[in-house]
Design a protein around this ligand. Sequence first.
Ligand code: FAD
Ligand code: 2HG
Ligand code: ZN
Length: 471
Amino acid sequence: MQSFIQQLHGILSPQYILADDADKVPYLTDWRKRYTGKALAVVLPKSAEEIAKIVQACAQSNVAIVPQGGHTGFCGGATPDDSGKQIVLSFKRMNQILEIDSANQTITLEAGCILQSVQEKAAEHGFLFPLSLGAEGSCMIGGNLATNAGGTNVLRYGNTRDLCLGLEVVTAKGEIWDGLKGLRKDNTGYDLRDLFIGSEGTLGIITAAVMKLYPLPISQWTTLVAVDSVASTIDLLNLFQKRATSLLTGFEMMTRESLELNTKHFPHMANPLQGNPAYTVLIELSDHESEEHVRQLLETVLEEAFEANLISDAVIASNLSQAKSFWQMREHITLAQAEEGANLKHDITIPLSALESFIKETDDLMRAKYPGIRIINFGHLGDGNLHYNIAPPLGIDPKSFNQANEKAIHELVYSQVERCKGSISAEHGVGQLKLDGLRAHKGAVAHDLMRTLKTALDPQNILNPHKVVSI
Ligand code: FAD
Ligand code: 2HG
Ligand code: ZN
């Protein structure tokens, strides 16, 4: 290993090769504090060329590489294993915006750009970069691409995959694939770009990307509404889809239990709606016409929803800061769960037509098997994406409860997901958390095809091994 470290010194200045334990610590534990690994070294390259050389050195010495962006992922994908034989490749220094092409409505950037800085840069140029999620202050565009992140604007703009036009990738051989094209059509055979997106660093290392930009909306209206059932929530979504069509940019559902957890840990996050409703839905409309146009539309649809008994209360944000506070309420649920202690996350998608039966049956099974269990269910309902999270009964230590029951609880949820023809990962990815779940629920043929791809693209298994798919 000494000769491998020496080889790294031929590629990077010493200050960018962290080998001391204390220096490595910040890179070894994930956001949720669910996984802690060890690493031979943490390297901080500045260019695709340096990464290519690092990969070549790793291939020679059979050292595995764990790419790491903001390390905000929920599935342990960016955390090394505990062998101490892997290196972490951090993107902290690769944060340059390379080009904004106004005519083509694209931004070309390095993989280590922080998502929020990309949104800000786009806005400076009069554009919207629509990817938006709670971790946007620290997650990086490379991590977003590697996980195909979703977030709160998928309903209108799609997920990260839909926003990407081109990629630059370092392969497992240490070659650089230059696919940095800003084309909206390109049917030259297999779609390599889409193969790397969502592969969580297991097929290649994303070093740069061309992403789509959109015109900045002129007006935005945000509202919270009270709903008493999942069925009404879906009817409400369908009503907004019909009346507001592409103006509908957000439709987020929060259960009473989720918001109660919020106020327990963040008392200032009180729900402005009357009567502690069973479901609170956050709806956002964005428009390129006047403020009045979208406000009028919103009021008309809400009136129709009241008349159809779909909603019992509504509060329209009167200004930007109130709209922000509605979104903060939504985004604080994850933080409230973290304050409460370790929880079991299920990031799932269910076809909207099966959602009600999924929730009812899964809740019933869960409560029958684990009396007192707390179900923290919220999510991007417009995408059929639930965060069906589980916390132990009050008064029970989360860590020991999870240790004893985690496998069975995941399996209960995943079997229900399979029954409903859903997916066990909507937007967070697989990482190490869902390795077994994917093997059990992806389907044997699909799983085998994934293994075939992994072996073909990374025959030495040095790119983020034992994540997503095991070979
Ligand atoms: P990391 O965690 O560093 O890495 C994630 C995976 O990508 C790992 O497998 C890693 O090896 C790989 N990787 C990272 N960079 C590269 C690269 N350049 N090339 C190849 N592989 C790479 N996710 C959502 O989808 N929607 C949400 O609404 C959402 N909300 C969140 C809210 C909070 C508060 C937090 C903490 C997280 C949230 N997430 C959400 C999860 C997380 O932020 C996303 O998965 C995000 O895309 C991860 O980006 P990252 O830079 O932190 O990646
Ligand atoms: C969100 O939608 C994130 O806020 C986090 O995807 C979900 O905490 C979670 O499980
Ligand atoms: Zn989410």
